[in-house]
Design a protein around this ligand. Sequence first.
Ligand code: ZN
Length: 293
Amino acid sequence: MKDYLVKAIAHNKQVRAYAAITTETIEEVRCRHNMLTVASVVLGRSMTAGVILGAMLKGEEKLTIKMNGGGSIGTILVDANAKGEVRGYVSNPHAYAGLNQQGLLDIKSAVGTNGILSVTKDIGLNHPFIGQIPIVSGEIGEDFASYLLHSEQVASSVGVGVLVNPDFTIQASGGFIIQLIPNTEEKTIRLIEERLQTMPSISSMIGQSITPEQILKQLLGEENISIFETIPVQFRCECSRDRISNAILSLESEEIQDMIDTDGKAEAHCHFCNESYYYSKEDLETLLKVSIS
Ligand code: ZN
């Protein structure tokens, strides 16, 4: 099943609901960054939340999520846009975590709770919108719920999960965000709270090869939801050799000459997709000619 995301309204338009399956996307990121289990879980959860937040944007709008709680994983960075395209990395793809009291991987301590979750939205204005909250849980889902409540004033439930196979490949990844519009009827709120408390965890749902539509049906009841948009989800990095060449061309020609004289080569590395771009002396001399012509 290809990754995709669905958007829905529910309960007489009082509820907005989003669900996504991101298994292939996170598997690509795992391969690119050679991630071990903890990094895959942390980044997979963060990218799933990110791609859903991205889907709340319009047109060419995009956002960047940055999170650092002081844990062994380091900084978590995610870029997403309104088209279902997402990329991300963590500083330590080989971070280790012990088990918590429930016998599960201690994701909370790997992320840490001594820091900030920030979301920067580029919505085409002069200044980006920046929302920041202290990290409250380190489990990612609750942190995004807290961000949405305190920074965007929208009561939300966020569930994100990643299952990793013993050989480190991604078995399943996905999640949901459910949001109440202001003035949602009390009985609808109670109904949703009850369902959220009694439903299986998102991790056990995605382990059953569930679709995004089925996640929302389980959460909200089939009769209550109306799906109005489906968008593909995929890993996509904006970097390219052309972009790097343009960045070199934007330098003064003396600086390019200096690269040729000093190192006789240049290398640029993209943290998001882990690609490296090499420029030989001849490549740089060609760019220098363009620069001074
Ligand atoms: Zn890249």
